[in-house]
Design a protein around this ligand. Structure first.
Ligand code: ADP
Ligand code: MG
Length: 751
């Protein structure tokens, strides 16, 4: 697999592979799997379905049969045009060749051929202008496998060129050495690597390629799980700082002041975390729970135990806005217990919550750094980026990571792997719960605790999708309902996906305007989307659609105030407002002197106004479903019934509306994240783990392959238990490196 393609295939064939698809080795080529197959004896069935997805401008490879050919001189211009009509399934395509009359010889009616080119829409029919093609005459079909592989290809590197190269490699080279021991393969009924590669590329039957895929998916799942098991092992080679409980400490004082009783789940999970923190074996815990289940509360109590032990805790958030909100809500929860050094601090027990983000002024930043370094701050809240780079801690005992909507980010390693004799405890919170199989895959190195109980008195949130484009009357009714809620003494959120052009001058806490204020202005700039784009095969790239920009707070706010919500006390809130203005608006809303808050996703966390009973989300289709779920969790916190309206212009039958309707139909966060993964094309979600590096994950889907993932995990744990660095399994070590990359595989050298 490491043989260079130049050696194997010669320079001429290897060069375009390197240039177009960055393939250097035989392994690179053989791991470039077909995206789909065409059964060449069943043209009809193969493409009907595909037709729905054709888009002008798309680069496609089609198997078709010529049913007419006509050449003529052009009238307007000098030259010859040859029009070949090709049927693909039930559809007709016209292939047009200019000044190549000789093509007619090869493309007589009845000829079957593969065509490859850019799709155009011309006079109501599909056209391929001067496509490349190969004829699959009767004589040649012996050369072809039963199923013709269609590869993610490029304009300058046709799918069949890749196929030929693959065939050559498979014919020429001996089978690669199989990294999986025979016993393991036998136990799980897996094909050999050589067979799997041959059959995934050149299968004769659908069964063959399915067998092959199962083996190759297994490799990916197994490699990931070996890496997870290895990380787990290496995370516990150093002891963690023990943080025993104190009866008379801050944690106890905090509990004594709690205005409510903890849920059974909070108590149970809290106990188990507290026990773990008290010991020297590092806590490695994923804390799951639906929105509002009280995860933050559990995390805070854990942090207080650490502070009681004279150490520090840090809470990492993915964005500045979220970090600021976490700091604010932790301070609010702590009250006087969190105001050490201030006048109304509660005795000497009080600690300090220090916020550390990139946009702090130089002086504030220096002070915050000093707080962390000296130990004056018991709790430091900040963004991943800032804390990792520059902060020294007096005695870091616990890292809490708020993963928000990101699956599989590895920042937690950074703080953990700093040099020292100890390694901090780690607690990871997900914003919305994720299904077990996803947790196994993305967080296989962590133990999981689930808060499966909501605090008493939580009201169900009646969610409705409002297709405003088709049913404008529904939207009018929505605004009437806002009046009714307010008349009943309640408050309402209106959420928009964008801040807007006139969002005011950036405030102190937001030195640069968001780079891209379209779509979720508060979201972190994220490699995730970027990775998705890179991983998606070029043929599937969708052309940009001309759409109106998403609705903006600064536009919708005034429009409502002067229109349907005239007479109500309405304010706007977004991340680009100066901090003091934001605080003032939030305070007014909390105090009940504002009826309607028109806001961006800034309200996503840390906003807790039990009297707010209604949320209207504009352009709801512009948000991810997990995020919508998180947002609607801002209502239903008091004793009155609550509702959430998802307003969209998406039309009936569209995937966007369907997604919203599915979200509306379920209150269950686990179900929501399942929907989210489905629409995210989550096979690629795994790619995000590779943070942009070339991923060795091609086929694994955490939704489709749940059982296999669980199987692979058990196997991986037992292998790693006996051989933590895989020193006695060089084949497996190689597999891990090739699938997860060197960084991820660092544990192999670390132990
Ligand atoms: P999550 O982070 O899981 O979404 P939070 O920890 O933010 O949930 O809690 C949501 C709200 O519920 C907060 O206002 C918190 O103070 C409150 N809360 C937490 N635990 C309880 C409880 N046992 N009883 C009542 N309210 C609670
Ligand atoms: Mg929370």
């Amino acid at each position: 697999m490491d043989t260079s393609l130049r050696t194997a295939l010669g320079d001429k064939t290897a060069r375009p592979l390197a240039k177009q698809l960055e393939m250097e080795t035989v392994g690179d080529l053989l791991r470039h799997y077909p995206r789909r197959y065409i059964a060449h004896n069943s043209v009809t069935h193969s493409s009907e379905r595909e037709d729905q997805r054709f888009r002008p401008g798309e680069h496609v490879t089609l198997l078709g049969k010529v049913d007419g050919v006509a050449g003529r001189r052009m009238r307007q211009r000098r030259g010859h045009v040859l029009e070949v009509s090709v049927s693909v399934g039930g559809n007709h395509f016209t292939c047009t060749f200019f000044n190549q009359p000789y093509r007619e010889r090869d493309l007589q009616p009845g000829t079957t051929a593969l065509f490859s080119g850019d799709l155009k829409r011309y006079r109501n029919s599909w056209q391929l202008v001067a496509p490349e093609f190969i004829v699959l005459g009767d004589g040649d079909s012996g050369l072809l496998p039963g199923l013709i592989p269609i590869y993610p290809a490029k304009r300058k590197l046709r799918s069949w060129v890749i196929m030929m190269a693959v065939r050559q490699v498979l014919d020429l080279l001996d089978d690669p050495e199989d990294p999986l021991p025979d016993t393991l393969r036998a136990a799980h009924g897996l094909a050999s690597l050589g067979d799997a590669l041959r059959r995934v590329h050149l299968p004769d039957t659908w069964d063959e390629q399915e067998d092959a895929r199962r083996r190759l998916v297994w490799d990916e799942a197994f490699a990931l799980q070996l890496a997870m098991a290895g990380r787990r092992a290496s995370a516990t080679t150093r002891p963690a700082p023990a943080c025993p409980r104190r009866e008379d400490g801050l944690a106890a004082a905090f509990d004594a002041r709690l205005p409510f009783t903890l849920t059974g789940a909070q108590q149970r999970v809290g106990e188990s975390i507290a026990d773990a923190l008290a010991g020297e074996e590092p806590l490695n815990r994923l804390l799951q729970g639906d929105v509002g289940s009280g995860k933050t509360m559990v995390a805070l109590r854990a942090m207080l135990q650490v502070v009681d032990a004279g150490r520090q805790a840090v809470l990492l958030a993915p964005t500045e806005v979220l970090a600021a909100q976490h700091a604010r809500s932790l301070r609010a929860m702590l009250g006087p217990l969190g105001r050490a050094g201030e006048l109304d601090a509660d005795t000497e027990q009080a600690t300090r919550v220090t916020l550390l983000t990139g946009s702090l002024g130089a002086k504030a930043r220096r002070e915050a750094l000093l707080d962390a370094q000296s130990g004056a701050a018991g709790i430091v809240v900040g963004t991943h980026a800032v804390i990792q780079q520059s902060v020294g801690f007096a005695d870091l005992g616990l890292v809490v990571v708020d993963e928000q909507h990101r699956f599989g980010v590895h920042q937690r390693d950074e703080l953990r792997s700093r040099p020292g004799t100890t390694t901090p405890h780690v607690l990871v919170m997900t914003a919305t719960p994720i299904p077990r199989t996803v947790a196994l895959t993305m967080y296989g190195d962590l133990d999981t605790s689930v808060l499966d109980e909501l605090p008493k008195g939580r009201q169900p949130i009646a969610t409705t999708a409002v297709p405003a484009g088709v049913k404008p009357r529904w939207l009018e009714r929505a605004w009437e309902r806002v009046h009714e809620e307010v008349a009943a003494g309640h408050q309402v959120y209106v959420v928009c996906p964008r801040i807007g052009e006139e969002g005011g001058e950036p405030g102190e806490s937001w030195p640069e305007p968001a780079k891209d204020d379209l779509l979720d202005p508060e979201a972190p700039t994220d490699e995730f989307e970027e990775t998705l784009r890179k991983l998606r095969p070029p043929e599937e790239e969708e052309p940009e659609e001309e759409a109106r920009p998403p609705l903006a707070v600064t536009e919708v706010g005034p429009m409502l105030a002067e229109g349907p919500l005239a007479g109500l006390r309405l304010e706007i809130l977004h991340g680009r407002m100066p901090t003091d203005e934001k605080d003032a608006v939030m305070r007014a809303f909390s105090d009940g002197t504002v009826d309607v808050l028109v806001a961006t996703t800034v309200i996503e966390v840390g906003v807790d106004v039990p009297n707010a009973t209604m949320m209207i989300i504009m352009d709801a289709d512009r948000f991810g479903v997990s995020q919508l779920h998180q947002l609607r969790g801002r209502v239903g916190r008091g004793s009155a019934p609550s509702s959430c309206l998802l307003v969209t212009e998406a039309v009936g039958g569209s995937p966007a509306l369907e997604r919203l309707e599915r979200l509306a139909a379920t209150p269950d966060g686990f179900e929501v994240s399942r929907i989210d993964l489905e629409v995210r094309d989550e096979g690629d979600v795994l790619g995000a783990q590779q943070s942009g590096r070339r991923s060795g994950l091609h086929m694994l889907s955490v939704l489709k392959h749940g059982d296999l993932v669980a199987e692979a995990r058990d196997e991986a744990r037992s292998v790693v238990a006996g051989d933590p660095t895989l020193a006695h399994h060089p084949g497996l070590a190689g597999l891990v490196r090739s699938v997860v990359g060197d960084d991820e595989a660092a544990f192999l050298d670390r132990l």
